[in-house]
Design a protein around this ligand. Sequence first.
Ligand code: SAH
Length: 235
Amino acid sequence: MVHTQSQVPQPLGVIAAMPVEGEAIESALSEPVAHFVLGRQVISGLLEGHQVLLAYGGVGKVNAALAVAALANAGAAGVVMVGVAGAIAPGVGVGDAVVATDLVQHDVDVTAFNNPPGYFRAGLAGGSADPDLSDRLVMAARSIGAVVHRGCIASGDQFIASPEKSEAIADQFGAIAVEMEGAAAAHACRQIGLPLAVLRWISDAADDQAMIDFQEFLDQVTELDLKVVQALVAK
Ligand code: SAH
């Protein structure tokens, strides 16, 4: 019997917006080599024997799109984005993981020209995550004991710290988590033709407490990101 099994793309591009989100992955790379591509630091190396290209993208959508471009330039065959996000759906708690099914730029507003919120005339400002790579990321997160939710992730150039804003984004887009990079990476990956999966650890509830909860959670994200990417690429 021929058994065809798709694999995690290699080299696998990994984007961390903030240094704290990528530091443990960087430390775990064997044979690390630092490159400077399109103005970003990209570190190549091996994780569990799998070729990885780690990019520190920076915060926000433009940075995320540039990070995808840098990884594509460096030869990545697919992209995984890790990091933190705010929860905007009931039942999604701090410390849980959210794996994106699709991603939308919630701050795209061309409604004056009769486009729906989150849409340019050319189409959705965002894109779908790759189903196979996302399934693998879900399995990886479960294998390290995470509670995993799947759904839409909304991204915008805003730190959301109000129940009203969270509710509006959840209602408008059916999103379950909010952050500042994923949908831009989805847009860039769609245009370049790279499979993308996004996993976010919930750091806060995008409410009045968000800033404090977010900062407290950052201690944990370094190791969680490493563990989940390790589990993803482990044979
Ligand atoms: N410390 C940074 C700001 C971080 S912004 C500085 O001083 O510039 C928050 C980061 O965490 C972003 O990368 C975003 O993707 C994610 N994030 C976590 N919770 C969020 C929330 N409630 N709203 C928006 N982004 C959030």
